[in-house]
Design a protein around this ligand. Structure first.
Ligand code: RBF
Length: 160
């Protein structure tokens, strides 16, 4: 199966983000990947009308800390949606499994606890090249995809 281009989407199918407020939490592990994800997400939010002052950017040490960083944003700010961005690369130990499990379950729980979209923008790859390919490389940028998902989920919420 061909890998999806994470930056490819129909521009006109995305609602305006002009009145939406976003939080971004970015893990500092593998920063050459995660900072590129953040750049893509911010550019995409702005391309769809989000205002600079309505995007709050915070950093956490590693991906395992993303759920709590996201919860801080939900508790202490008035953001409508939180995008978490990280990159977990398979190593020699089972750390990969524990981190991926912790962050994915943690983010899922936040969605249901706050009734707000918390978007899982975490790359889980076998090696660094696969991650770079998805952080502005040949498979696009997962940060773009995460931003579009946040906007669409907020529009869905507003439709009720
Ligand atoms: N954090 C990541 O965001 N990506 C990783 O690939 C990653 N690999 C790790 C591997 C090991 C062996 C350890 C100890 C930590 C790793 N972390 C990684 C950091 C983790 O998310 C968390 O910040 C720390 O475990 C907290 O002490």
């Amino acid at each position: 199966m061909a890998t999806k281009d994470l930056s490819q989407y129909d521009f006109n199918s995305v609602p305006s983000a002009e009145s939406m407020k976003f939080g971004l939490v970015v893990a500092e592990w593998n920063p050459e990947v995660t900072f590129a994800l953040a750049e893509g997400a911010i550019e995409t939010l702005k391309r769809h009308g989000a205002k600079e002052e309505n995007i709050i950017l915070k950093h956490v040490p590693g991906s395992f800390e993303l759920p709590l960083g996201a919860q801080f944003l939900a508790e202490f700010t008035d953001v409508d949606s939180v995008i978490v961005l990280g990159c977990v690369i398979q190593g020699e130990t089972r750390h990969f499994d524990y981190i991926c499990e912790g962050v994915s379950q943690g983010i899922k729980d936040l969605n249901l606890k706050y009734n707000k979209p918390f978007i899982f923008g975490v790359l889980t790859t076998d090696n660094q090249q696969q991650a770079l390919d998805r952080a502005g490389g040949k498979h696009g940028n997962k940060g773009d995809e995460a931003a579009i998902t946040a906007i669409k989920m907020l529009a869905l919420k507003h439709s009720f």
